[in-house]
Design a protein. Structure first.
Length: 270
């Protein structure tokens, strides 16, 4: 009597085909669990960072305000204290604005208010603001450089959002640079407005170039443990670029620095 092996083979194949969807589901479940764990880890790290970022300037505001209330301070020292209180309050306001803006973007409620902006003046004013910021951060070994066209450039944009993009990139450049320079500016080329921020800081490893634009993400570089930050800045920059029809790119080499470029559509004359 000859055994029919084809039936066994068919049954065996049928068994493999039935198990395959289960295996795929289990793999997908593992990936989903890993992603959920990573998301929870990032959120926990974000909350810890946010707690630190809020408490530090708030303690400065409360502490120095108490000094002014209790003691008579010399005019020169009083001016320094008031500057610290103001910059700490501004830092708190920026943190709150970042969180609120991301919430608006998630809810689809972010609206742009376009108007003509004279970029030359805006960039010169920004240089002045960040010269003070640099001193407050004790970054005396960094030179701030500005590179803009000599001819006046008018650009139609949302001034507030445009400034938030520029301010986030500049504050990051200063934060992660100890020696050298931070150079920023803009140029017009082939109906495109190119905004750039270049630094000679710690740089970003290539495998992190995409990750740092995600929420709560920060470079794993050890220096970040002391430089602070919430991990929202670049995520917000990326989100604004998307809604403003702009493209952002990054070129970075560890230990040598980073260059961020944002390309906006531009129709006009200079």
């Amino acid at each position: 009597m000859v055994k029919d092996s084809s039936k066994k083979t068919a049954r065996g194949l049928a068994l493999v085909e039935n198990i395959t969807p289960i295996i795929q589901f289990q793999d997908e479940l593992k990936v989903a669990r890993m992603q959920a764990d990573e998301s929870n880890r990032l959120k926990s790290a974000f909350l810890a960072n946010m707690s630190h970022e809020i408490r530090t300037p708030l303690n400065a505001v409360l502490g120095f305000t108490q000094i002014l209330k209790e003691k008579k301070v010399e005019p020169e020292k009083e001016k320094k204290i008031l500057n610290i209180i103001h910059s700490s309050g501004q830092h708190l306001l920026n943190l709150i604005n970042d969180v609120l803006d991301l919430s608006k973007i998630d809810a689809g409620q972010m609206e742009l208010e376009y108007a003509d902006v004279e970029l030359n003046t805006l960039f010169i004013e920004t240089l002045s603001v960040f010269q003070s910021y640099k001193l407050n951060q004790n970054k005396n070994d960094i030179e701030l450089k500005l590179s803009i066209p000599k001819t006046t450039v008018i650009f139609q944009t949302d001034r507030t959002k445009f400034l938030q993009i520029l301010n986030n990139l500049l504050s990051n450049g200063i934060r992660y640079t100890c020696v050298g320079f931070v150079r920023f500016g803009f140029e017009i080329h082939n109906e495109k407005l190119i905004v750039f921020v270049e630094d000679t800081g710690i740089g970003i490893h290539e495998e992190e170039h995409k990750l740092i634009f995600e929420r709560y993400r920060q470079s794993a570089y050890p220096t970040n443990k002391t430089t602070g930050g919430t991990g929202l800045g670049l995520a917000l920059v990326k989100a604004f670029c998307v809604i403003m029809n702009a493209e952002i790119s990054l070129h970075s080499v560890p230990e040598k620095g980073s260059t961020f470029r944002i390309i906006f559509p531009y129709k006009g004359s200079i």
